[in-house]
Design a protein around this ligand. Structure first.
Ligand SMILES: Cc1cc2nc3c(=O)[nH]c(=O)nc-3n(C[C@H](O)[C@H](O)[C@H](O)COP(=O)(O)O)c2cc1C
Length: 163
């Protein structure tokens, strides 16, 4: 099967798989940085390990490699603005108009999220044009018990908007 046809087919089925939306934050040259990521998954509860898959060329990859630490912020249904802003790589200051506090290790934790998972970098492995980051969870917190932001069929949605 030609490569293009194959990847179009893959896109079509992946679009039909709903995911949550996270913003992965870290420090880039000592300053807050973050990228929107839906490739987040839990790997193991005991020991607690999570994974994210990040484009090698992104500044989020550079930030994680610089500090060896990252935070996964789980977005709430009304945080589409944050999801879009952190997915825009042309922005100089990803945290413009974004309220946040710092974790005990100084990594940004975004206000208004459902909660966050803080990680020490356990392993980074190159897979095609992405890096698989495995994080050993050092801290996690549920901030509010509300609905998550979803990404489904190329759109941000809340549960009530799923057709
Ligand atoms: C819903 C959504 C999910 C995304 N998930 C990922 C992902 O899992 N991995 C990734 O590398 N980029 C993902 N992106 C694209 C990044 O958010 C975008 O490239 C971002 O600007 C990170 O690059 P930067 O750190 O250079 O800005 C996603 C974008 C959107 C809108």
């Amino acid at each position: 099967m030609p490569e293009e046809v194959q990847s179009n087919g893959l896109r079509e089925i992946l679009r039909r798989y709903p995911t949550g939306v996270t913003v992965v934050t870290a420090l880039l040259d000592g300053k807050p940085w973050g990228g929107t990521m839906n490739s987040f998954t839990s790997v193991s509860l005991d020991p607690p390990i999570v994974a994210i898959f990040v484009m090698e060329k992104s500044r989020t990859t550079t930030a994680i490699n610089q500090t060896g630490r990252f935070v996964v912020n789980i977005l709430k249904f009304d945080q589409e603005k944050e999801a879009r802003q952190f997915a825009t790589d042309s922005i100089q200051d990803k945290f413009q108009d974004i309220q946040y506090r710092e974790s005990s290790n100084g990594i940004p934790v975004i206000d208004g999220s459902l909660g966050y998972i803080e990680c020490d970098l356990l392993e980074a492995r190159k897979i095609a044009d992405h890096i698989m980051f495995l994080g050993s969870v050092s801290n996690s917190e549920v901030t509010r018990d509300e609905e998550a932001l979803l990404f489904y069929r190329r759109a941000f949605r809340s549960f009530s908007e799923i057709p």
